[in-house]
Design a protein around this ligand. Structure first.
Ligand SMILES: C[S@@+](CC[C@H](N)C(=O)[O-])C[C@H]1O[C@@H](n2cnc3c(N)ncnc32)[C@H](O)[C@@H]1O
Length: 209
């Protein structure tokens, strides 16, 4: 069965990269890059790879792209592409030296299951890097940000001809606990966590098996 987020990404696949660039004021690749500097060389899984926008910042590694939406993967320059979800990874134990995931965690059905799967497919000592959007820390900043995205994202959605999809993006920002809590326990050890972007609404996390 197709999950609602899959239908959303299938509909916006062709406009995804441009809109992402506009909404992040051109910063989305530098936020990915800051994360990928923590990845080891070797074989890396790009979890929720979408259109493969992370490929330039994963240079020199053997990259496997995984995503549940074939319409997104069809636009990807990554050669090794697999349709699948983070909650059930179709790879043997210890397959990867690193796992990278950018702007995906808010869309997962289960963060817990995905982290268990990431731990399983990483070799011992392997590293996972997660980059995603969240609400800023602190009640005032979070409220301001919530008001901002309630206005800006539907307008961007109207411009893109996809208002419902961008309302989903606004709502998804409140769907998970703050990363500082979410990664504090679990099968992977949190090694580093930083905030980026205006009001710190983007985070990067380094997790080691
Ligand atoms: C905002 S896009 C990010 C794409 C890409 N990582 C990037 O940096 O541009 C989110 C992606 O996560 C994928 N996704 C949604 N649910 C997923 C799941 N349960 N497991 C893996 N990927 C998922 C979507 O299909 C979509 O391509």
């Amino acid at each position: 069965m197709t999950r609602p987020p899959d239908r959303i990404f299938a509909r916006i696949a062709r406009r995804y990269d441009l809109l992402n660039r506009i909404l992040s004021l051109g910063r989305e690749q530098s936020w990915r890059r800051r994360g990928t500097t923590h990845l080891p060389p070797g074989r890396v899984l790009d979890l929720g790879s979408g259109t493969g926008a992370a490929l330039p910042v994963l240079e020199g590694r053997e990259v496997v792209a995984l995503d549940p939406v074939p319409e997104m993967l069809a636009l990807s320059p990554i050669r090794l592409r697999v349709v699948g979800v983070g909650e059930r990874l179709p790879f043997a134990d210890g397959t990867f030296d690193g796992v990278f995931s950018a702007y995906v965690f808010r869309n997962l059905t289960s963060v817990e299951q995905t982290l268990a799967e990431v731990a399983r497919v990483l070799r011992p000592g392997g590293v996972a890097v997660v980059v995603d959007l969240a609400r800023p820390r602190g009640r005032v900043a979070a409220t301001l940000h919530r008001l901002g995205t309630a206005v800006v994202l539907p307008l961007a959605g109207l411009a893109a001809g996809a208002p419902r999809e961008y309302w989903y993006l606004h709502r998804s920002l409140d769907s998970l606990p703050p990363p500082e809590e979410m990664f504090a326990s679990g099968p992977l050890r949190l090694e580093a966590l930083w905030r980026m972007g205006p009001l710190g609404f983007v985070y990067g996390a380094v997790l080691r098996r």
